[in-house]
Design a protein around this ligand. Sequence first.
Ligand code: TMP
Length: 395
Amino acid sequence: MSKYINFLDLGAQPLANNYLKKNDLNKKEIKYRLKVGIDMDNKLVSINKPLSSKMMFNNNYPYRSSMSKTMIHSFKNLAKIIKKQFKPKKILEIGSNDGTFIKNFSKKVAIGIEPCSNVEKITKKEGYDTFPLYWDQKTAKKILSKRGKVDLIYSANTISHIEDLNEVFKAINILLKDKGIIILEDPSLLECLKRNTYDQFYNEHIYVFSLIGIENILKKHNLEVFNIQNLKIHGGSNRYFIKKINHRIAINPSVKINRKKEVKYGLKRLSSYISFASRVKKSKKKFQDLFKKIKSQNKRIIGYGVTAKSTTILNYCKIGRDYISYFVDTTLDKQNKYTPGTKIPIYKYNNINDKNIDFVFLGAWNFKDEILKKEKKFVKQGGRFITHTPYPKII
Ligand code: TMP
C-alpha cells in the first residue's frame, strides 16, 4: 500500500458537469466530499474517492472540444507537427470527444475512443472509425483485432480522468507498435500550485499530473518521457512525448529541465501541498469578500463560460444566485439549464454588451485571452471581469 496523505478539503460538491434541468431543481442532488491528497510513493496528486466512470462519462456528457477556438487551433497545430515529425499511418485518440482532433487526419488514418456515446456519434456520423468504449485492455484488444497495432496514441485531458493508471498503460502497450509514440496532454500540477487553481480538482479530474508523477507510473510499464512541452492551454498544461524504453530516441533536454523545475518548487515535499491548501483557504475568503463588496454597491454580476472547474469554485466559496444573476455559455447542452449545486441559470451566449451588466465572473478563465479579445467592447464600455487566479481580483 502506498502512503496517501490528504492535504486539501474542498467540501461537499455536486457532480461538476451535471447541469440541472428545471424539473431537477427541487430534487436532491448527489453530493460527494471533495478532498485532495498525494500518494507520497509515486508523488501522484489525486482526489481521494473517485466516482465510477459510468456515473460521469455517459450518453449525457455536455463537454465539446469544438467550443473553443483555442482548442481547435491547438489540435490543428499539433496534428501538423505529428504528420511532419512522426508520419503515422495509424493514429488513435483516447477520449476523442466530438472529433476536434482526429478530424485533422484522414478517415483511413484516425481511430477514436470515446465512452460518451452522445459525442462519439458526432464523429461516427462523419465517417470516422470511433468506438463508444472506455479505455482499458479489453478495448485495446478489440481495436487490435479490427485495426492492428497503431503508430501513435494521443490523449488530451483524458488520462487524468481514469483512476486505474496501470490499466491505462497496460492497454496502451497492447496496441502501440514497438517504435510507436504516445503523446499525453494534461494540466500541470506545478502550474496549478503556482496559480492557486484549486478548481482543477473535481470529480472528473481524478489526477493533476506532474512530470515526476507520470514518470513514476511510466517506468512500471517500460515507458519513458523523451520530450515535454509546456503549453498555455487550460491554465498551463504539459504535453508529454513518450516512447517504449527500448526504442532509441534521444531524450530532449526539456525533460531534465522540467524535472529540475518541479523538484526545485517542492513537488516532492508534502509541505508544498500544505502551503497550497492554506493559500486556497485564503483565496476563498478573498473571493467571497470581493463578491460581497461588489454586491453592496448594487452592481450586477453575471458568469461567462460554465466550466466543471467553476462548479468547484462556486460550491467551495458558496457563491450562488445571490451574487451571480446568470451564466452565458456557447455549449448547447448547457444552455437553459442550471449550474450544479449553486443553481444559477445558464443562457445561450449572445453578447454581454448589456448596459446592466457591470461585472463578469470568468468561469472559463482557462480561455481568458480568447474571451478578453472577443469582449473588447464590454471592457471599453466600463465592464470588468472577475477571476480567482492567481488570486481573486478584478481584471
Ligand atoms: P472547459 O473549461 O471545461 O473547457 O469549458 C469551457 C466552457 O466555456 C465551455 O462550455 C464553452 C464555454 N465558452 C464560452 O461560452 N465562450 C467562449 O468564448 C469560450 C472560449 C468558452
